[in-house]
Design a protein around this ligand. Structure first.
Ligand SMILES: C[S@@+](CC[C@H](N)C(=O)[O-])C[C@H]1O[C@@H](n2cnc3c(N)ncnc32)[C@H](O)[C@@H]1O
Length: 265
């Protein structure tokens, strides 16, 4: 019996890679993710993410999916991965509001014996932070303002807690067509407990070539950019311990790690 089980395990040739493809350009992919995509039978993903890796697509069979079809996409991927090598591509990191959770949940729910490997990617907070200089070199919290799957009351509670606990706060999903006021509401909550002089960085299309844009401001003025913020923007709200260095559109945000308390430099 044991021998038979071993046989069927080794015969299985399917595998599912859930790949975080990073913020947008193929240069930001890990080598492991690039190899997985190149060596897959099927690549499945939302059209935007497939386009971001198009130079790696040749003989693989492509399954193009759409926003809002995440459950169907996850089901299709685990189904195909029983007998094929499949790469599911997800933006940024697949663990950060990405497809990794749903894929594992679907496999668990259907009790499928599929070999799944999640490959990490550069997420928006690290992509945006690199554009802004060094704003997150201390403890931070990431909060999504999307209330499609999380009730808004819970988001408000987290915003208040993170602000009171002095975390650097990164906001994802600040807006969409249906949720235009969430960004303003979130900032007003943080302003209740955080000093208005705290530096704030906003990055749109981080590490996406010429479409990248950034703004550096302070918490008391950030709502001047309310109309500029969109669903391709991530926001970093630091604390009064951080500072803005430079000017003329070349501003950087520096968050000290605390070396100055121990060393002279
Ligand atoms: C559903 S979340 C997906 C996050 C993704 N899994 C990640 O790890 O970056 C989408 C949100 O991430 C942020 N985002 C993703 N890529 C970005 C980029 N290149 N520049 C700025 N923000 C980005 C935006 O706030 C966007 O609304």
């Amino acid at each position: 019996m044991e021998g038979l089980q071993l046989q069927s395990q080794t015969d299985k040739k399917g595998k599912l890679y859930v790949i975080g493809i990073g913020p947008g350009s193929v240069e930001q992919l890990t080598i492991a993710s690039r190899d997985a995509i190149l060596n897959s039978d099927y690549i499945i993903g939302n059209g935007t993410y497939l386009d971001q890796v198009k130079e790696l697509l040749n003989d693989q069979k492509i399954i193009r999916s759409h926003m809002g079809k995440e459950v169907d996409r996850a089901k299709k991927a685990v189904e195909l991965a029983e007998d094929n090598v499949v790469s599911m591509v997800s933006g940024g990191d697949a663990n950060v509001y990405g497809m990794a959770g749903l894929v594992l949940e679907v496999a668990e729910h259907h009790e499928l014996d599929v070999d799944i490997e999640v490959l990490p990617g550069v997420t928006a907070i690290t992509a945006g932070a690199s554009v802004l200089g060094a704003p997150i070199v201390n403890d931070f919290a990431v909060i999504s303002l999307s209330d499609l799957l999380t009730p808004w009351e819970r988001i408000e509670k987290r915003l208040m807690a993170a602000s009171e606990a002095d975390f650097i706060i990164s906001l994802y999903n600040p807006k969409s067509r249906q949720r235009n006021s969430n960004f303003r509401r979130a900032i007003e909550i943080i302003q209740k407990t955080r000093d208005g002089s705290s530096p704030v960085g906003l990055v749109k299309n981080a590490l996406r070539g010429d479409s990248q844009e950034m703004k550096v401001t302070t918490l008391d003025k950030v709502l001047d950019y309310d109309d500029w913020v969109d669903m391709r923007t991530m926001i970093l709200i630091t604390t009064p311990e951080s500072r803005i260095w430079g000017g003329n559109g070349m501003e950087k945000i520096i968050t000290p790690r605390g070396y100055q308390r121990k060393y002279d430099y």
